[in-house]
Design a protein around this ligand. Structure first.
Ligand code: CA
Length: 218
């Protein structure tokens, strides 16, 4: 599981990023000032840093210089609107990418994935029970034999794995996988769950959670 340090002093933004990234299966820590961030980076191990530029005590540029001296860890800058010069500065200093605020979380996640891939830090395969899921090739094997899933079934399986042992709300699952608002009468989600259970023999493992939704028990 990739671990990300979020250095952002706007707590609302920081919290939002953390929640969304954790939904995607990342492990996150947040820190709100540059000096403390340096302490964290010195004492703990992360796979990537999301770094705001305007920060209390030590700003993002200074922190980036510091990071580059102590480790090879990839950095994505979170820049405010219209800070074009900042972006150039950031990339010159060795940031791997930048995202302009306000940003779409999907865009941020896509950039994080791209940077991690460049650093070969993506965990390509995940194993649960006798099932092996390759999230890059998007293939699934059960007992070493490939099982064919539809794209939505795969997305759903990925979501369940990322949130294993956590009950997921049906609404959330639907919105994550189908990218649309949940309609109460729809059986689409339940149908896909049934298909997954059947195809992967996960009948007892993908649990129905009363009044909430579903949970993959591992
Ligand atoms: Ca800031």
């Amino acid at each position: 599981m990739n671990k990300i340090l979020i250095v952002e002093d706007e707590i609302a933004i920081s919290d939002l990023i953390k929640i969304e990234l954790e939904m995607k299966g990342y492990k996150c820590e947040t820190v709100y000032d540059g000096e403390k961030a340096a302490d964290y980076l010195e004492s703990k191990k992360y796979d990537l840093v999301l770094l705001d530029i305007m920060l209390p005590n030590v700003d993002g540029y200074e922190l980036l210089k510091y990071i580059k001296q102590i480790s090879e860890i990839p950095v994505i800058f979170l820049t405010a609107k219209n800070q074009t010069i900042d972006k150039i500065n950031g990339l010159n200093l060795g940031a791997d990418d930048y995202v302009t605020k306000p940003f779409e979380v999907r865009e941020l996640i896509a950039r994080i994935e791209a940077v991690l891939r460049r650093y070969n830090k993506v965990n390509e395969t995940q194993k649960i029970y006798n099932i092996e899921v390759n999230v890059v090739a998007r293939t699934v094997k059960k007992d070493g034999k490939e099982v064919s899933l539809t794209p939505k079934e795969f997305d759903l399986l990925e979501l369940l794995i990322q949130n294993k042992n956590f009950a997921l709300y049906r609404e959330t699952m639907f919105e994550k996988v189908w990218g649309e608002d949940f309609e109460f009468e729809t059986r689409t989600l339940d149908l896909h769950i049934q298909r997954l259970r059947k195809k992967l023999d996960l009948k007892d493992k993908i649990k129905t959670v009363y009044k909430i939704g579903y949970m993959l028990e591992v």
